[in-house]
Design a protein around this ligand. Structure first.
Ligand code: 4NP
Length: 161
């Protein structure tokens, strides 16, 4: 695996890196820390480059803050080739993002590339829906889903430790 022994690196990927994946990063980092997984590192990015350098959408920041997650300091960046060497897990929010990640994945890539929601315990929902063009409820739904998937991923990482 690309990460060093005893450390695990996770990259969350969405389209713009201003709604879903920074939320996933903030939630996962917080829950992993609470679970005592000090060896885990997380980052996020977008498959698109329109918002590079900008802070998360205010609706995402506000919804996250209401549950105690701070994400306003994060800045958007675009997926790049070296991510396939740096990260053990590259987890996409939806099938469209996953397809774009797979198109960039180099031959022989050692990273686990897949859908983030595959780690949710109930697996009732396959994707984290894009909330960008919807109302504030969509951002709460994103939080519900990423909390569930983060909890499942943390359990999985604990079992592998
Ligand atoms: P995200 O949401 O992929 O969850 O960050 C979006 C952000 C921006 C756009 C689309 C989705 N956009 O079209 O600019």
């Amino acid at each position: 695996m690309p990460g060093q022994v005893n450390s695990v690196s996770v990259l969350f990927v969405c389209l713009g890196n201003i709604c879903r994946s920074p939320t996933a990063q903030g939630v996962f980092e917080r829950l992993a820390e609470k679970a005592g997984l000090a060896h885990v590192q997380a980052d996020s990015c977008g498959t698109g480059g329109w918002h590079v350098g900008t802070a998360p959408d205010a609706r995402a920041t506000d919804a996250a803050a209401a549950r105690g997650y701070a994400i306003a300091h994060l800045r958007a960046r675009q997926l790049q080739a070296e991510d396939f060497v740096r990260f053990d897990y590259i987890l996409a929010m939806d099938e469209s993002n996953l397809h774009d990640v797979q198109l960039m994945s180099p031959p022989g890539c050692q990273s686990h590339v897949g859908l983030f929601m595959d780690f949710a315990p109930e697996r009732a929902v396959a994707e984290v829906p894009d909330p960008y063009y919807g109302g504030e409820k969509g951002f709460d739904q994103v939080l519900n889903l990423v909390e569930a998937a983060s909890a499942g991923l943390i359990l999985d990482l604990k079992e592998r430790r």
